[in-house]
Design a protein around this ligand. Structure first.
Ligand code: AP5
Length: 217
């Protein structure tokens, strides 16, 4: 049954790898603020121009910009009966804004899905990440494409994200995730929202199977 879900975890935990498939299974759109912001940067929109500097440094884009973008997205018809959020909310201010939007819809967040992966593993994962323009994610060792450097489905070139440089990853993990985003989990715990804790260690298929078991469609 569709509902409103949030997939939560540190950078590199595997949110973007797992979320598209999970969203399809749950019958809701996958709403990734990282993907949306990268599309704005690529398209050279005013929001993209403003967001780029923050993203390249691994810092958060200001709350008001992201909240407005997310509000417009979840007002679209395909999100009427729910969505799987990925990368939002990233701050308690964003969580409070989401709570207000959901209150207007008359249905609170159904579930927070936490992907549990330690820092040393996220660094390993991010250091090998390759992405295609269509958003498909690979890893040079753990999930390589069939042909090196080329997307399996559309033949697009694979590139590294500018925010995957080691110094930027450290900033994203320590100064941003631990300091600003982890309190979002406490916010929802305090509100009594159901939390599903998933061990994110193991192959992508093993993690997907845990998600399927914990969240039957
Ligand atoms: P965003 O794109 O949301 O980045 P993130 O949360 O830092 O998450 P990542 O995309 O880095 O990691 P992931 O968990 O999706 O991992 P993935 O599946 O790719 O945000 C980017 C930037 O946008 C932010 O820094 C900020 O500037 C801005 N932004 C976005 N939302 C915002 C907001 N709400 N407010 C303000 N600013 C915002 O996996 C990583 C790698 O591991 C891949 O190579 C993958 O192939 C591999 N992998 C995945 N699973 C496994 C596994 N089980 N075993 C081995 N390898 C695996």
């Amino acid at each position: 049954m569709p509902g409103s879900y949030l997939i939560f975890g540190p950078p590199g935990a595997g949110k973007g790898t797992q979320a598209p498939r999970l969203a399809t299974r749950l019958g809701v759109p996958h709403v990734s603020t990282g993907d949306m912001l990268r599309a704005h940067v690529k398209g050279g929109t005013p929001l993209g121009v403003e967001a780029k500097g923050y993203m390249d440094a691994g810092d958060l884009v200001p709350d008001d910009l992201v909240v407005r973008m997310l509000g417009e997205r979840i007002a679209e018809a395909d999100a009427a009966s729910g969505f799987l959020l990925d990368g939002f909310p990233r701050t308690v201010v964003q969580a409070e804004a989401l709570d207000a939007m959901l209150a207007e819809r008359g249905r609170p967040l159904d579930c927070v899905i936490v992907l549990d992966v330690p820092e040393e593993e996220v660094v390993r994962r991010i250091s090998g990440r390759l992405v295609a323009q269509n958003g498909r994610i690979y890893h040079e060792l753990y999930d390589p494409p069939a042909t090196p450097g080329v997307d399996d489905e559309e033949g697009l070139p694979l590139v590294r994200r500018p925010d995957d440089e080691p110094d930027v990853v450290r900033n994203r993990y320590r100064n941003v995730y631990l300091a600003q985003t982890l309190p979002v989990r406490d916010h929802y715990r305090a509100a009594g929202v159901r939390e599903v804790l998933i061990d994110g260690i193991g192959s992508t298929d093993e993690v997907a199977a845990r998600l399927d078991q914990a969240l039957p469609a």
